[in-house]
Design a protein around this ligand. Structure first.
Ligand code: SF4
Ligand code: SF4
Length: 131
């Protein structure tokens, strides 16, 4: 069903820019396990810490892990996994428009239809998680 509303075109747009998503403690732990390094080494090599916010370093205008696709795909942060199907789209049409304009993988431009399909998808994921 997801493919009815979204299919990644691997354009890399969401991995470009001067900031990235921020990491949760679980994201950091996943990266540490992925690289088999200490947390300090992973932070020093790949991340940047601003107060309590941890993000990926930016290199040449994109996330340090971007190289014609995500090079840490199995260990990428949950916000990267969720993008662009963010639940806020369900209640915020302006957000849907902004996301649609920046992500060519969105396949339905009609907000009402997109909303219904995404709501069904989220409900299905919840049921699967609970079963
Ligand atoms: S912007 Fe959309 S289509 Fe492009 S790489 Fe990101 S998720 Fe995929
Ligand atoms: S971790 Fe991967 S998916 Fe997330 S911004 Fe970096 S390159 Fe893109």
């Amino acid at each position: 069903m997801e493919k009815e509303i979204f299919q990644c075109r691997r354009c890399g747009h969401c991995c470009h820019g001067e900031t990235t998503v921020s990491l949760t403690p679980e994201d950091l732990a996943r990266m540490v396990a992925h690289f088999k390094m200490s947390e300090e080494e992973v932070i020093q090599k790949y991340l940047r810490v601003t107060g309590k916010v941890i993000q990926m370093q930016i290199e040449n205008g994109h996330c340090i892990f971007y190289n014609d696709g995500c090079t840490i795909h199995p260990a990428r942060p949950w916000r990267c996994r969720q993008w662009p199907l963010h639940p806020s789209i369900l209640t915020d049409q302006a957000n849907f428009s902004a996301i649609k304009d920046s992500c060519p993988g969105i396949r339905l431009s009609d907000y009402g239809r997109f909303q219904r399909k995404l709501a069904e998808l989220i409900e299905r994921h919840k049921k699967q998680a609970g079963s």
